[in-house]
Design a protein around this ligand. Sequence first.
Ligand code: DHE
Length: 513
Amino acid sequence: MIRRIIFFSLLAFPAFAEPDGAMIYADQCAGCHAATRLGGTGPALIPESLGRIKGDALTSLIAKGRTATQMPAFANTLSPADIAAVAGYIASPLATPPVWNETDIAATREMTDYTPATAPIFTGDPLNITLVVETGDHHVSVLDGDSFAVLDRFATPFAVHGGPKFTPDGRFVFIMSRDGWVQKYDIWSLKEVGRIRAGLNSRNIAMSADGKWLAVANYLPTTLTILSTADLTVKKVVPVMGRDGTPSRVAAVYQAPQRETFVLALKDLPEIWEIATNEDGGPYSEGLVHSNENGMEEALGVERGLFARRRIAVSAPLDDFFFSPDYRNLIGTNREAETGVVVNLDVGREIASLPLPGMPHLGSGITWDRDGHKVMATPHLTEGMLSVIDMTDWSLVKTIPTDGPGFFLRSHANTPYVWADVFTGDNKGHIHILDKQSLDIVQTLIPEPGKTVAHTEFTRNGKYALVSIWEMDGAVIVYDAATFKEIKRLPMSKPAGKYNVWNKITFEDGTSH
Ligand code: DHE
């Protein structure tokens, strides 16, 4: 009887109704994250941007806040039911896909009024600078590659992802956040030049071979934004869709320097796009052929001029690429597949396939010379192994068991070793050192047992290897790359990727591009 009274009371009094997530959002969150949920001073709060932060992780983040950011803890302001309601609201898709066109992008452009230096304002080698992305508190540290002194430490947009891209002379660098902000920084002057929001949910960036254009791969909206590197103005927004109008997210964009093109991995279309970055549309946009479904070669509709686009048909969408050093071939996979395909970009079709189970992370692949052959190696995100592939005949040379799934590989022309991390599982924090010729693991470093240790970068001369202790109270460890002895430890806030200017602008074999 009592239970029935309570039940009727609940129906009669809406005060007991479920909390309204949208109202709580408007009241508590919109000030920083915008009424549109597309981000303001705080990041966008939409499923595309939240990524793996869902369920309990999301409610806990709202309740406890996020250290080293402006995000406060709401546990004392909102009840658990309120927090669950607002979490449900921000985890739900937007009712209509947001518009983010050239005008919207241009309106976000902010340039600083700094005076560019006429020469580096520091005494070290400007081409031996290494940038350390500190994801703990969203900063980048600028390291002198000889003394390992921190020359500057600047704030980045929230949640930087992927490798920063340097101009060919190594003077300027561009950094992208998952929320689509692109920041330009002047290494000689140690000053930010400006920033612009090129997309709402972005994947990575690529610079054209001549250093004039920066392409931004977007998931949301489904576009490629092309910026002028000189002043960050928008040059073009390319809608990405199939011939029938089906939109596709852009999984990644890469620079193919010898081809003078951008190459796009598309998440939702069985096509690879190549976009010319020279004025005449490049040798690769004219007279191209590809195989149609009957295996027949057919002429492609030819576009000409700067940003001319070429579509290359593939059997299934490919979202992760690795390129041969001459950029004539790429290996592509998608996250679900157990095989990789080799696509020859000159003829514009698949020419081979390879077994690659366990989610290879081709974006982290590197190459080196072995027995007169160019080989490439890739870690796997879900299996403890490295695959080594012969790039002359695309055969699998060896599968090397590791202590757990890894994320990044690095080497350098001046070292006989490859450094491979174990990123997840019980042995996360192990760093394997692999002999490039015997393919044997010659040493395993465990610098901080139980802590994540990942991502190696070498100095310009390959003498030192820098490794991240990927924790909030983390550090960059400088190792002697020949003896594996620790030389120095620099405290950092969750340091992630590290990028040496010289290794990046010369497309060093041992670095992922
Ligand atoms: Fe990355 C590079 C894709 C998750 C840290 N990551 C890249 C690149 C791609 C990619 C395509 C190459 C871009 C470039 O440098 O131009 N990453 C993906 C994914 O699809 C994946 C698995 C899922 C996702 O959420 O996007 C993914 N990546 C992560 C992480 O969880 C990492 C470890 C932490 C983070 O910051 O999100 C991470 N990715 C990195 C880093 C690089 C990177 C540090 C640059 C590596 C380099 O040395 O160049």
